[in-house]
Design a binder for this molecule. Structure first.
Ligand code: UD1
Length: 340
């Protein structure tokens, strides 16, 4: 029988790509999403790729009774991948309580219910934001967690601590915390991709919207950083590569491949790419110019961060394969499809 996995935030950007990979690996997926930052059409995209329409329940994970009913309805959920969260850094500064409620209470609700419904493990969607500006690059999982620069970043740190404390207290489940670097791109089929709400805050959707003419020009936030070309450096990881790591993490917990009840992995490529290099890669790969201007630094931005992914490479047997050059083209194909 297929193992059943609950994916919270499964109609979102990383969630939808992960659902497709879970289905390809033979898992049965139940999605819950409150559709606050996604829409139900994503299910069509998923079905067009996999041929399987995942079960979908519109539900906010803050609704504990609703979650309880869900676990009763879909008996036998063995694992959870918890993506559902608010993720706009700037908004979190203005609406901290919303972020703490959405990002923390939802996790508490899930952890509370896991023992009663014998859910074996939870994969948690964390971020390299927990490292702040690391002292040593590339950054390993042992690097210290730095004070968060926003309520959003703080929710990731607090959630990691909640999971750690729950497991140390002996609660009967396992967890794998995945710290993502900068996920970009779309499924190669262009059936699913990133759907930013309003003006994109993240670089790649802003680049693709500018290239297609929705935005007049891209603002590059700062060219006076201590980097070779002066713009910030990130580790941009292909979203399908990232999605595949979740399947490996789930297999690992459900098949008890490790004795450890809690593990933490960086998910990145190990390569740092500057904002200007990314624009250049986009222009080269697509043949489309991206009008941009250099503006001041964005508050709270980290100068440079990229992953040491060796732990995930060795222990999970997972490596990011796709290059930034190829990945920006998938983002472009998705943008063209959206704009048709
Ligand atoms: C941000 C968050 C990170 C979060 C992620 C999820 C910060 C410091 N980090 O990552 O915690 O997990 O979003 O959404 O906010 N840039 C431009 N012009 C733009 C947009 C971005 O130059 O219009 C630059 C930024 O200055 C940065 C790089 O592009 O150097 C990447 O930015 P972005 O895509 O927003 O990701 P992060 O800031 O790395």
């Amino acid at each position: 029988m297929k193992k059943k996995i609950l994916v919270t935030g499964g109609t979102g950007y990383i969630g939808s790509h992960t659902v497709v990979e879970l289905q390809a690996a033979g898992y049965e997926v139940v999605i819950v999403d409150n559709l606050s930052n996604s829409n139900e059409n994503v299910l069509d995209g998923i079905e067009n790729i996999s041929g399987i329409r995942p079960v979908f329940e519109k539900l906010d994970c803050n609704d504990k009774e609703g979650l309880y009913t869900l676990f009763q309805t879909y008996q036998g959920i063995q694992g959870i991948i918890h993506f559902a969260a608010s993720k706009a850094v700037g908004e979190s500064v203005h609406k901290p309580l919303l972020y703490y409620r959405n990002n923390i209470v939802t996790l508490l609700n899930l952890l509370d219910l896991m023992p009663e419904f014998q859910v074996k493990g939870i994969v948690f969607s964390s971020s390299c934001t927990v490292y702040g500006q690391p002292d040593i690059l590339p950054v390993t999982e042992d690097a210290p967690v730095k004070p968060a620069l926003s309520p959003y970043g703080n929710t990731k740190q607090i959630n990691e601590e909640i999971i750690r404390d729950a497991i140390y207290a002996g609660l009967p489940f396992k967890s794998i915390i995945l710290r993502y670097f900068n996920p970009i791109g779309a499924h190669p089929s262009a059936e699913i991709g990133e759907l930013p709400n309003g003006v994109p805050q993240n670089l790649v959707p802003f680049v693709t919207q500018t290239a297609i003419g929705i935005r007049k020009e891209l603002s590059v936030f700062g060219d006076d950083y201590d980097t070779p070309d002066g713009s910030c450096i990130r580790d941009y990881i292909n979203v399908v590569d990232l999605a595949k790591a979740h399947v490996i993490a789930m297999d690992r917990m459900l098949e008890d491949k490790s004795d450890k009840k809690l593990e933490v992995f960086n998910l990145g490529t190990g390569r740092g790419v500057s904002v200007l290099e990314l624009i250049n890669a986009f222009e080269k790969g697509t043949g489309v110019k991206v009008p941009y201007k250099i503006v001041g630094r964005r508050e709270g931005d980290i100068e440079k961060v990229w992953a040491n992914p060796e732990h995930a490479n060795k222990v999970l047997g997972w490596t990011a394969h796709e290059t930034v050059e190829d990945t920006v083209v998938t983002a472009w194909n998705w943008q063209k499809k959206l704009s048709k």
